[in-house]
Design a protein around this ligand. Structure first.
Ligand code: UD1
Length: 445
């Protein structure tokens, strides 16, 4: 297949002085990454952002203390803390994580300003309805990667007996009756939405009677939520499969819970090993949570060694492989951009198709600026591997595309600058520090 990409700077090799001078002109926070430093050793993986966010919201379901450990240090977590504080939740930072107590909720409404910055704020609607019978939350709206509707969440809450109206961009929900208690119901989701499954789960645990969710999301974060809720006294079975059954209980109690390791972060670091052709270990991980990525890395020619809660990658070679993003256990959309960065340096031509979000190909143009050879047809990218990427000033348009820019820069010849750190810091805690410990050369400005 021929390549029609324009090469602006990768034919001459190293261009560090040019990149460095660009870096000095950039006033926005950015990373300056000098590529081609090999990585080695072990990178520590944080707790899962997407679990921690929903587990924090689940604390609204009881007046008792919920102690979460392995909570990652991320701006999204700070945002969720602000939202819960605004509702009246007491939050203490502990050495091992967070202690949350919702024994004096004084507010059942969220402001647009708080919701706008963090989609996960919509998680509060299920617990508030279940516990207090009322909630008012602005629609979170779309984001950089797509429209991100909440129709399935609302459908589920209505099935459980809530009155839900959407006016002027605000969702108002209430539970009728003197007891203000939701009623168990069978919900069949049109698509296995993670957020809808989690919202309905949190609403159904305190409902009267039995509920079920069919075509439920099977993501590990759903399993983690069900585990926390069961530790709080809920009666949930089937989480992690396509049908979840919930036997409603009268009340829930406090508990301690450890957040699962972040499979997306672990996957990103494994890809960092692959793209720099370095042997690298990541720990702790739950290897089954990464099965689809590990399979693709093996297909690509990387040796993968699993040792308990650690995974080591040894990229003997990196051949082109195709991926299509799917709900779990398929290839995660959140690793599509990082994997595409890897494929730009692979041997051969790969085809990457994004099936979850309509606007998740923004990294393509930036990778092209680093000399990647990519043709985009709708939500399918055809990537012809090149021998080397070259450094450039690049910018990520969302969380995972910014991570992809960091990965590409690690493998590029010369010094790149990566903007979009407000995205990156949402999902990766001090990413550059951990990569530097493994041998990378990254400076944050
Ligand atoms: C969660 C993750 C996000 C990940 C995504 C898919 C959190 C905080 N975020 O987002 O990192 O990328 O899962 O793995 O956990 N959909 C509808 N109607 C709905 C709801 C969703 O059509 O009512 C569609 C969406 O447009 C999208 C797909 O379902 O195409 C997946 O969305 P969903 O699983 O809901 O993602 P989130 O829970 O928002």
């Amino acid at each position: 297949m021929g390549c029609s990409c324009q090469y602006k700077q990768n034919t001459k090799g190293v261009n560090m002085p040019i990149a460095a001078s660009i870096s000095k002109r950039i006033s926005k926070p950015h990373l300056e990454i000098t590529g081609n430093y090999g990585l080695s050793g072990e990178i520590k993986v944080s707790g899962a952002k997407n679990s921690a966010l929903v587990l924090m919201a689940a604390s609204l379901l009881t007046a008792d203390q919920i102690r979460l450990s392995n909570v990652p240090h991320l701006t999204d977590i700070e945002g969720m803390s602000q939202i819960l504080l605004s509702l009246g939740v007491k939050i203490n930072n502990e050495s091992s994580g967070l202690c949350l107590q919702a024994n004096d909720l004084h507010h059942l409404e969220l402001s647009y300003e708080l919701v706008h910055g963090l989609r996960a704020s919509f998680f509060c609607i299920g617990p508030l309805l279940a516990r207090l019978g009322k909630a008012k939350i602005p629609l979170p709206g779309g984001c950089e990667i797509g429209a991100r509707p909440v129709a399935e969440h609302i459908k589920g809450l209505k099935a459980l007996g809530a009155y839900v109206s959407v006016e002027n961009g605000v969702v108002t929900a209430s539970v009728p009756g003197i007891q203000k208690r939701l009623k168990g119901a069978d919900v069949i989701l049109d698509c296995p939405s993670v957020g809808a499954t989690e919202t309905i789960l949190m609403a159904a645990v305190l409902a009267e009677g039995k509920s079920s969710i069919e075509n439920a999301a099977q993501e590990p974060e759903v399993q983690d939520l069900a585990k926390l809720l069961n530790s709080m006294g809920a009666n949930i079975s089937g989480a992690g499969g396509p049908k979840i059954t919930i036997e409603g209980v009268q009340r829930l109690y406090g508990c301690k819970h450890t957040v699962i390791p972040d499979r997306i972060e672990a996957g990103t670091f494994l890809i960092a090993g692959a793209i720099t052709r370095s042997t690298l270990r990541v720990r702790p991980v739950i290897p089954e949570h990464l099965s689809s990525l590990l399979q693709k890395l093996r297909d690509s020619g990387c040796k993968i060694h699993i040792d308990g809660d650690a995974i080591e990658i040894n990229p003997i070679e990196v051949k082109a492989v195709d991926i299509t993003t799917q709900p779990f256990p398929g290839f995660p959309t959140d690793l599509q951009a990082p994997f595409m960065a890897l494929m730009t340096t692979s041997i051969g031509t790969s085809v990457i198709t994004e099936k979850i979000y309509e606007n998740r190909m923004q990294h393509v143009a930036e990778l092209q600026r680093m000399g990647a050879c990519i043709r985009l047809q709708g939500n399918t990218a055809i990537i012809e591997g090149v021998p080397a990427l070259s450094a450039a000033p690049v910018s990520g348009g969302d969380l995972r595309s910014t991570a992809a820019m960091v990965l590409a820069s690690l493998a590029a010849t010369g010094t790149s600058t990566v903007e979009g750190l407000h995205h990156l810091d949402r999902g990766y805690s001090a990413m550059e520090e951990r990569l530097n410990v493994a041998g990378a050369n990254i400076i944050r400005y």
